[in-house]
Design a protein around this ligand. Structure first.
Ligand code: UDP
Length: 475
């Protein structure tokens, strides 16, 4: 009898990275593979991350969760980087220092066939090599950004600089429609220490045995073709790419008060506004949004977080609960209480999106949110904020044609009139209806891709076969 295959998944830090990795764990177990999830807890306690990890462990009894002990403070890689103030550099240094506990875990498990790591856990490749273990990436964003990112280390090494090319310079890279260089992640554009660290992370991608991508082929055909044809990693070979998504969480707190509120609203009538696990706005921007929503006359469900003192501190300290009365225009909550609900800090997003009363999604274009919007069949109003979200916005609007942008996202402020106009457009106009029809069709394709016989199902089976063949090379 064949022995049961066994894999270790290493999700790194952040809710947006953990959630889809847990969905991946479920797919492995559905295919009869034993799964251990190696959890690195964030150095700064994050209640969102801890809650997501606890929920994942409680609802997936067939997956073995192992919390890695924190790194030894004497570990040079953690202590030197801790002194660096940049949160990205700190995060990467911390993950590097987690190599020791990860190595201990991998050694303690009886027989592991493969290690699957998050995009930021590239330093674990060294551990896998030491232990003669095949290692794969799970890229929790889309194929289009992957195509661009694989190209970036060389592009930057050969002298590309935004300062010399200008904000409006257009990049034409294999696998992506032309887009403005200024849509690249800020961390890469500013030439900082963090940018260099991220480029190293991206460089390591091509060293893996393969890359699993949380997308489905028909959503990103141009990118998938370019990746397959090896056009995205100049001068090096591209590892096999497996599009196995969309892997989207099944939801959480079904009893949340906002779901009971949605029960009382008409079908397809509510605009949901939510900006990922980290998105925040200055008070002035929150006020503009509130005015726009009020003037639109539409029903809305809006997740509001406290503003950050330092907007660049996206991975920083947890935020206090917002004081809604103080943050939003005077009387706003009272005047809109019959048709609007404002939630503090967090919503059960997947359940909200899938509720029949929800009709459109104002999103920061995080990839999980994008896929969750697709699986709920909702038109997207795109308001990108950080990381690769501005690129996602380009692909969502121009390639996938499943959303429109909020003008002003890349300026100082999105004006109240823009919020009012776009929200009304998506809920009331023929254009909005056409977008909704398009989403229904894309959702249908996504569902088919995941079923037996679909492209994502087939890609996962092919990936499992690849692990088998690697076992012969890594006896
Ligand atoms: N999320 C949620 N409630 C919130 C905000 C976010 O459940 O109020 C979830 C959302 O459903 C998604 C994840 O957090 O699964 C955010 O991931 P995404 O890739 O969209 O953005 P990130 O947080 O990584 O920027």
């Amino acid at each position: 009898m064949n022995k049961q295959k066994s894999v270790v998944l290493y999700p790194g830090l952040g809710v947006g990275h953990l959630t889809p990795m847990i969905e991946l764990a479920k797919v492995f177990t559905q295919h009869g593979v034993a799964v251990t999830v190696a959890l690195a807890e964030p150095p700064t306690k994050s209640s969102d991350f801890s809650a997501a990890a606890a929920r994942a462990a409680a609802s997936n009894p067939s997956v073995n969760f192992h919390v890695l002990p924190p790194p030894d403070p004497a570990d040079s890689s953690s202590s030197s980087d801790d002194t660096h103030s940049d949160p990205v550099v700190q995060m990467l240094g911390y993950l590097k220092a987690m190599n020791a506990p990860l190595r201990d875990l991998l050694r303690s498990l009886p027989a592991v066939d493969a290690l699957v790591v998050d995009m930021f856990c590239g330093d674990a490749l060294g551990v896998a090599a030491e232990l003669n273990l095949p290692v794969y990436y799970f890229y929790a964003s889309g194929a289009s950004t992957l195509a661009v990112f694989l190209n970036l280390p060389r592009m930057m090494a050969t002298g590309f600089q935004l300062e010399t090319t200008g904000d409006d310079s257009v990049l034409s890279l294999p696998g992506a429609p032309p887009f403005k260089a200024s849509e690249l992640p800020e961390v890469i554009l500013n030439g900082s220490q963090a940018g260099k660290a991220v480029l190293r992370v991206l460089y390591l991608f091509a060293e893996a045995s393969g890359i699993l991508v949380n997308t489905f082929e028909s959503l990103e055909t141009r990118a998938v073709r370019a990746l397959r044809d090896g056009l995205c990693v100049p001068d090096r070979s591209t590892p096999p790419v497996y599009c196995i998504g969309p892997l989207v969480s099944g939801g959480g707190d079904k009893e949340h008060e906002c779901l009971r509120w949605l029960d009382m609203q008409p079908d397809n009538s509510v605009v949901f506004l939510s900006f990922g696990s980290l998105g925040t706005f200055p008070k002035k921007q929150l006020e503009e949004m509130a005015i726009g929503l009020e003037k639109s006359g539409q029903r809305f469900l809006w997740v509001v977080r406290s503003p950050r003192n330092n907007p660049g501190d996206a991975l920083g300290q947890p935020l206090p609960e917002p004081d809604l009365e103080a943050l939003l225009p005077e009387g706003f909550l009272e005047r809109t209480k019959d048709r609007g609900l404002v939630l503090k800090s967090w919503a059960p997003q997947v359940d909200v999106l899938r509720h029949k009363a929800t009709g459109a999604f104002v999103t920061h274009c995080g990839w999980n949110s994008t896929l969750e919007g697709i699986m709920a069949g909702l038109p997207l109003l795109c308001w990108p904020l950080y990381a690769e979200q501005r690129m996602n916005k380009v692909f969502i609007v121009e390639e996938m044609k499943i959303g429109v942008e909020m003008n002003g996202y890349d300026e100082e402020m999105v004006k109240a009139e823009e919020v009012e106009t776009k929200v009304k457009w998506v809920m009331e106009s023929q254009g909005g209806q056409a977008l909704r029809d398009r989403l229904a069709e894309v959702k249908d394709r996504a569902v088919k891709a995941l079923k037996e016989g679909g492209s994502s199902y087939a890609a996962f089976v092919e990936f499992l076969k690849d692990i088998d063949s690697m076992a012969d090379l890594h006896p």
